[in-house]
Design a protein around this ligand. Sequence first.
Ligand SMILES: [Zn+2]
Length: 348
Amino acid sequence: MKSVLASILAALLSLTLSSTTLANNVPQSTEEARVEHAQQWINFLASDELKGRKTGTPEMVKVHQWLEKRFQAIGLKPLPETDSYRQEFSFQRKGKSIDAVNYLGYIDCQCESDQYLMVGAHYDHVGQNPALEGDITFNGADDDASGVVASLLIAELLAKKESLPFNIIIAAWDAEEMGLLGSKHFAENPLVPLDRIETGIMFELVGTPLEEHPNSAWMTGNQYSNLFDLLQNDFNKAGWSLDADPFAQMGLFMRSDNAPFALMDLTEQKAEQVFRHGQQADITGIPMHAISVWRGQDHYHQVHDEAELIDVPNLVALSEVIAEAIANLPADTKVVWKENPHFKFSRP
Ligand SMILES: [Zn+2]
């Protein structure tokens, strides 16, 4: 919940913004229009009304309807041999059955390739904590409304291209916060053959750049595949940098929606073998990584992860850089695992 003062300020600000737009009456650039609707998307997803987007809560129905509308407006198709964007599943938590749903759509590449590149983020968050005083809502603006908005912006940009090097799957995962359950469900019950998923990028906390790291993002598990190298050039051309994972010791490569794809048969035992005993483990997986701009700020999983924190123009700019980088991949691109001391990877 925002403070009263913050709400008044926000109301005044939006009043000023809309009256300027009306008064000037000049057509906005597409860039400005993108920033404006990206801001609306963040405001919606991070609103108190959605009570922290907890999987299985009644408020999630509003998010589902919203995702449905966004996917349709962008022109995404349901995955081949499916007739809706929804992949429903349920799971047990504390003796109760919880219903969840992934949203999936795709853009046909208008090309020879029958391979897919997956772009996505989780739309669920951790809900509310009524035991707190004052603000009880975990709005999850950065985690991971920012990632959902980035995925939708990229989808919008790629859908306008005449052709693409890969078919693009856009994924909005549910139940990430309960243990990566949505992406895990898809990886275990794939709606396209896994060997046709060439690679993927999942977004986590891409909304809050630090001043000392302008125009930059970083990738988890960057040393494990050549995807990092493949994207870097386009980042540099746009005046951005794609950096190595600054928190390698946190194991974030294993903690986002890329993990159920990249580390399909990772067990606790294997993780221990790798990170405690320094031994290499055999792993089956698709080279898939997460991209983030978060640099350790304290809003992570706190009630003050609010829409106000999100630098929307930066989020739009990052999405444009990544959309271009994807569109510019050569048609014969192979994303391959690299030799590394931790995992001996093979594709499914
Ligand atoms: Zn997250």
